[in-house]
Design a protein around this ligand. Structure first.
Ligand SMILES: [Zn+2]
Length: 203
């Protein structure tokens, strides 16, 4: 009789033990191997058109936020013609590792059908070319941007864009080294900054 009881108790103990193990295992497997970091920020994106100011051009792509070197963005709008937008974004550390931060949002441009990668290339070329003194004639400015580096079917539209951009820059008098340097406001509002003010002391 005693032996039967021992068997029952052992069986019950085994049953409880396997149940507990089954319940605990998934939890253990779900735990990630390391803490996943989430990076949140904001990105400035300009509307790329021939009459955009150089402030808009140079601030295009700027990323800022809590985890960034730059905590606050530029004071927008840059000017009357500014169509810059600020887009929030959020990535995990592994996505960042794979280059996600470099392709946050598609570039809006006035050149119909310009693929995103070529729009990004155009912005890069404009930033480089316009950091130098503006050539007097449009063909020299167009050549500096190197339209041959773009898709053949985009070249005519691109050259129209650059001709108009050159006319605009000439009118604005943006010549000489650096032309009109990008504006970096130092009076930006502390919207994203933490609560720096200490609570008022009452005595
Ligand atoms: Zn702007």
């Amino acid at each position: 009789m005693n032996q039967i009881w021992i068997v029952v108790v052992v069986m019950a103990a085994l049953l409880i033990f396997t149940r507990l193990r089954a319940r605990r295992r998934p939890e253990r497997e779900q735990r990630p191997p390391g803490a996943t970091l989430r990076i949140q920020g904001y990105q400035v994106s300009a509307y790329v058109h021939p009459h955009m100011s150089q402030a808009c051009l140079y601030d295009h792509g700027m990323q800022f936020g809590k985890g960034f070197r730059r905590k606050v963005g530029p004071a927008l709008p840059h000017d009357a013609g500014c169509q810059c937008e600020v887009t929030p974004f959020s990535f995990t550390s592994s996505e960042v590792f794979n280059g996600a931060l470099r392709s946050v949002s598609a570039i809006r441009s006035s050149i119909a059908g310009l693929p995103a990668a070529q729009a990004a290339q155009l912005v890069q070329r404009l930033k480089a070319v316009e950091a130098r003194p503006l050539p007097d004639d449009a063909p020299a400015y167009i050549a500096a941007v190197e339209p041959q580096a773009f898709a053949a079917q985009m070249r005519a539209a691109l050259e129209d864009f650059l001709r108009e951009r050159h006319r605009f820059l000439r009118r604005r008098g943006a010549s000489g080294p650096q032309g009109e340097p990008p504006r970096l406001p130092d009076n930006a509002s502390g919207e994203l900054a933490g609560p720096g003010a200490e609570p008022a002391k009452t005595t």
